[in-house]
Design a binder for this molecule. Sequence first.
Ligand code: FES
Length: 118
Amino acid sequence: MAYSEKLLDYFQNPRCVGEIPGADAVAEVSNPICGDVMKLWVKIDGRHIRDAKFKAQGCSAAIATSSYATEMLVGMEIDRARLITKEEIADALGGLPASKIHCSVLASDAIKQVLREF
Ligand code: FES
């Protein structure tokens, strides 16, 4: 299975890259399988995520899924964001080859971790 055009676009032109100075929460997760890393910053406003940015060191699938998931977060209700799964992220990008499913875990884990105190 090849990557979708959408996934390749998020890899080549990642959205929401960077840091948020004065973020309300920051999480860093690494993938135990390959050692790739994602760091996620969020700014919270009431029950919503007002802004989100990420930095990742990883494969093309990790960059694309991290970027897409971070973009999803902006404006989303915290309770909804907690329900985001690796399958939801991968499906939205046209699916991932079986050997790369673990790459979308970085983003779903980072989201759960960054929202743990809210
Ligand atoms: Fe490490 Fe994809 S190979 S996240």
